[in-house]
Design a protein around this ligand. Sequence first.
Ligand code: FAD
Length: 453
Amino acid sequence: MTQRKFDYDLVVIGGGSGGVRAARMAAGFGARVALVESHRLGGTCVNVGCVPKKLLVTGARYVDAFQDAKGFGWSVDATVDWNRLRTRVLSEVQRLNGIYGGILDRAQVEQVPGRGVVHGPHEVKVGERTLHAAKILIATGGRPRRPELPGAEHAAISDDFFELETLPKRAVLIGGGYIGVEFTSILTQLGVEVHLVHRHPELLNHFDADVATHFTEAFGVHPHVHLHLDRSAASIAAGSVTLNDGQTIEADFILFTAGRVPNIEGLFANGPAALGIETKARDALVVNDTYQTGCPSIFAVGDVIDRMALTPVALAEGMSFARHQFAEWSKKDARVAYDCVATAVFSTPEVATVGLSEADARKRGGVRIFLSTFRPMKFVLAERQERSLMKLVVDAESDRVLGVHVVGPDAGEIMQGFAAALNAGITKRKLDQTIGIHPTAAEELVTMREATR
Ligand code: FAD
């Protein structure tokens, strides 16, 4: 493996989820590895993504718990201190930055702070320093992009959300994808009036159609949520957004939540094409099934290849790369299974899904649909009207479960086990044979009857 004519067997550019995992594993297999990071270790997930977001979601959701507690006999008088919540979240992020540094040190990965620029098939420059490597792995992730709108500079991007020093009174969020609805939930639970602008008639429109419809109705019920569906922002000024229907909404915080793109800005000294590296839509790097670009010594994983912008996918790709290149795993054994990746939206209500939507499954052949909506037990005493939705998409011929969809409390926690079952090829009959855990919401998924439409 070791090619001594280079200083390193591997130089990784980007110390986020994919880069750190690949670097650590490659070093564990005996490779001499350096990792270049221009900002903070841990990347998007740790610093401005999954981790601070989930902690804020958890913090904001206490308001519902306090409200519901009254129905169970409690008297609760609670207020939130945003500054304390935010400071505690940011200090946890700092702790994790340190942990990532420790992981790399223990694995004997050399950390090179600074911006990496690829100058040749084996050459990365970081400031004045040039690193020569047998292989280069690009794991530079994605970045938020401002849409080209008049006045776009007046709006914040998702990274800024975590730096908000005071809570706004009224906010406009542009984009009703998963980041938009998660941030809306956090803000509205903390008492902010949020106007959410989304260009489609339903929120989460990339999800199963029943999920999107159910979610949009349930989400819009919150008194602080104001939905502007089938609308888009036409222009922005300091303190206001004008929509394409002419309506102007005043706000003290305006945020773009859509439009992340793969991050190759300034990454190649002479552009990717000069090295034979192809890019596709939105600047994503094109790679083959071993994450190799058109330049044989340069590889790429994670959001920069734009397959599925999720942390566990970036981790899996980083591991696959390291195993195949540095531990001689076969292509087949190192392969990432993209077809059963579960994902969750940590809004309120929560959404989680694995496998195919009904529409995608119907493109392949006949399906049977199992669907149920119900009021979770704890909502009855809490006097909440919100209903959960559970849906199974099953292949009519083989009886295999192709998709599982949940909207409601703990959807993400429920889904992980079903993702394992789908990966193992579970059939509806096997689900029916599974004895439920009573009383839980999840037991609904093993007792479902066919939907009549
Ligand atoms: P990143 O984690 O983005 O890391 C890339 C790193 O490269 C960064 O640290 C960057 O500073 C560095 N870099 C870039 N260019 C250079 C250069 N030239 N030189 C040196 N360093 C460079 N995913 C989930 O699975 N669950 C979630 O709940 C979730 N929530 C999210 C919430 C938000 C608001 C956002 C924005 C994303 C969320 N994601 C979530 C997505 C997840 O964060 C990404 O899919 C994941 O971080 C991608 O990992 P990566 O290694 O490809 O890139």
